[in-house]
Write a protein of this length. Sequence first.
Lengths: 274, 382
Amino acid sequence: MQPSKLVQKYFREANLPTIWCPGCSHGITTKAIAQAIENLGLDKDNTVIVSGIGCSSRAPGYMAFNTVHTTHGRAIAFATGIKLSKPELNVIVITGDGDASAIGGNHLIHAARRNIDITVVVFNNNIYGMTGGQYSPTTPTGAFGTTAPYGNVDQPFDILKLAEGAGATYTARGTAYHTKQLISYITKAIDHKGFSIVDAISVCPTYYGRRNQAGTGVQMMVWLKDNFVEKTVYDKLPEDKRAGKFTYGEFHQEDRPEYTAEYQKLIEHVRGEQ
Amino acid sequence: MANKIALMQGNEACVQGALYAGYRFYAGYPITPSTEIAELSALELPKVGGKFIQMEDEIGGIAAAIGASIAGTKAMTATSGPGFSLKQENIGYAVMAQIPLVIVNVMRGGPSTGLPTQSAQADIMQAKWGSHGDYPMIALSPISVRETFDLTVRAFNLAEKYRTPVMLMTDEVIGHLRERVEIPVEGELEVFDRITAEAGKLRRRPYEKEPGEIVPAMSVFGDGNRTHTTGLFYNETGFPSNSTENAKIMLDRIFSKIYDHVDDIVQVEEYELADCEVAFVAFGSTSRVVKAAIKQLRADGIKAGLLRAITIWPSPEKQIRALAEQVDHIIVAEQNEGQYVREVQRIVEGRAKVYHIGRGNGEILTPPELIDLVKEVKHATK
């Protein structure tokens, strides 16, 4: 079978197949990013994809851009250095729920606060997959993990609320099932001037699925289809129909001065005075 | 062109040296006693079109600096004590991914928060061994404000030449010392710029060395090479490899690029060594005290001398071994409870008696105590 034109153009075919388990949705989200880049017609040579550590963070190795696989939690900090030193580059961060909101939470909120023009795509599968299924900051209370054998006591993060509270100027949530919308959100996020984040709800049948009797990858995708409702639709639902439902959609959008542009102004101001 | 004369402190000289070397990016986090390096970088970098960013923590500081360097910009971060501990993981990343970077540690007393405003030389072993795994390190230690300038330039040169992080291990005494400095004019000191891959000329195997290269040329983001950088073991393509044979090859390269060029990297100062009978080994601010003691000892007719390690890692093995052949007594003076002395003992292998003098309580050594020790050592062997 010939790979699609999109794969031929944006992926390092020699590195395929991926390391991801059967039923994992990371391939769908990775492809959504490539499709968003295609939609925007970004120059591959001027596009950088940075990741941290975890299953999600292996994605850049398959993608034909300037790619950097960094240390656990630090992708956004590395990306900050890349973007600030060379603002002409398009910088996209691929990260997981643990990478972005646990070990890397500090970098996430401060990059949002600065409103630096980076797009973060969180491959959010509610579990640490690479290490074998420990609970993460987005694992629901009561769900099981290898480190939550009696059910998770922690309360989960809403990553988008966290990012918005910290100052992110574009936030959206998509799912691996609702790919059309996911591609559209990632496209808008990359196109947005400022710090943007897309919470890409993903499925991990191997570790989350098995521990929580959530079924196969396909069954977990059906669950996404049945339980995620577009935000504006959800808002119109009567109270009783909202119970147990989750939302996808665009949550926040605003214009605020972007960090690297402001720094450039500072340079021009300082040099003008010399 | 005449040299400009300035009165400046060590931390200032570090920033002036970095500017001389062409750094255009600084990321860090405030910490005593290195903060002036951040403050002055914030002031000076925009004037030359460079960028300064105060990150949210020490880890972010080094991560952003490595990011800028990967993208093609000469970058530096500076810290002290606790911050140096926090940076360790990403120091290992820069070693593994072969990213040039200058890390300044203005040493203070520890462990933990320790003595933030007192000087120490107690991170010497951490500089070499602080990150996990096996790796070599280049670390330099200046004796004066002017040498802080020169060694900062040299740290950038070595980082770029060998594609590796380089540490400038200064201390609170040198960092805050003010001295008269003749600022080098353009062209006076060597400035080495990284060798970059030809724009758009895709190397199929970006980590394959081409003839005449010490390390493979680096791609610059935007040049069309679109390389992959990772902290996993990678093969010559730059992509991860789990092969133990490949890991051996890559680890050998990371080591040999340093150890095959020790003569280029290692610098020492030989002070009154020619006829010396009792020798000191010291580095950084402590070597100033040692020199004062040697002057007094010589006035008293005792032939003392100093081998000063300007490059502390890799250690000057050849020079220390030669010293052990020459003298019976080697005193390692350092401001800690006994660190570099272990390296000296390892190299000397019993060919001379090795003593340690030092302390980690922030109190600097004084010439009288060094003089007393030399006399004691000499007396004991009579």
